[in-house]
Design a protein around this ligand. Structure first.
Ligand code: FE
Ligand code: FE
Length: 164
């Protein structure tokens, strides 16, 4: 059985790769978004994601390890689904759903990493992970808000078509 430290470092390498995959995917999502609030939200999260990569490198350092990624299959799948729905022209509501799946995946990982860092008595690492965790949660909340506007807008447009 792995030690908690080994499990921690495995997950750290997984999310490090996941964040890097996301750095490449977010510009495509921003480009595909039609709602300006959603577009700027993706652009802002791209900036934040650069910070997430940076914080993970600091966490590796705290643990005396070199920053190294391990292919994250889950993020690869989540991004592939997102690309499919962009290709199919499914629109903003579907794009938001795909983005929230990504955020929830990240939230699950950062939540575990943070509590493991505490158990391993690495408070500096726990603090860094908590900062990113709270940004992921804020992004998820923001997406929920934008989703309400997007859906309302689409319904208004549909009503408008009906009344013509
Ligand atoms: Fe992130
Ligand atoms: Fe994120």
């Amino acid at each position: 059985m792995s030690t908690l430290r080994e499990t921690f470092l495995e997950e750290l390498a997984d999310i490090y790769d996941a964040e890097k995959q996301l750095l490449k995917a977010l510009p495509k999502m921003a480009e595909a978004a039609r709602n300006p609030e959603l577009k700027s939200g993706f652009e802002m999260h791209l900036n934040q994601t650069e910070g997430h990569v940076n914080r993970l490198e600091q966490v590796f350092q705290v643990f005396g390890e070199k920053a190294k990624g391990k292919k994250c299959k889950a993020m690869k799948g989540l991004i592939a689904e997102g690309e499919d729905l962009i290709d199919d022209g499914e629109g903003d509501a579907a794009l938001i759903c795909a983005a929230q799946k990504v955020e929830h995946y990240e939230i699950a990982t950062y939540g575990s990493l943070k509590s493991w860092a505490q158990q391993l008595d690495q408070q500096d690492a726990a603090r860094l992970l908590e900062q990113t965790l709270s940004e992921e949660k804020a992004t998820d909340d923001k997406l929920t808000q934008v989703a309400e506007n997007v859906v309302n807008l689409e319904e208004e447009q549909a009503e408008h078509v009906h009344s013509e």
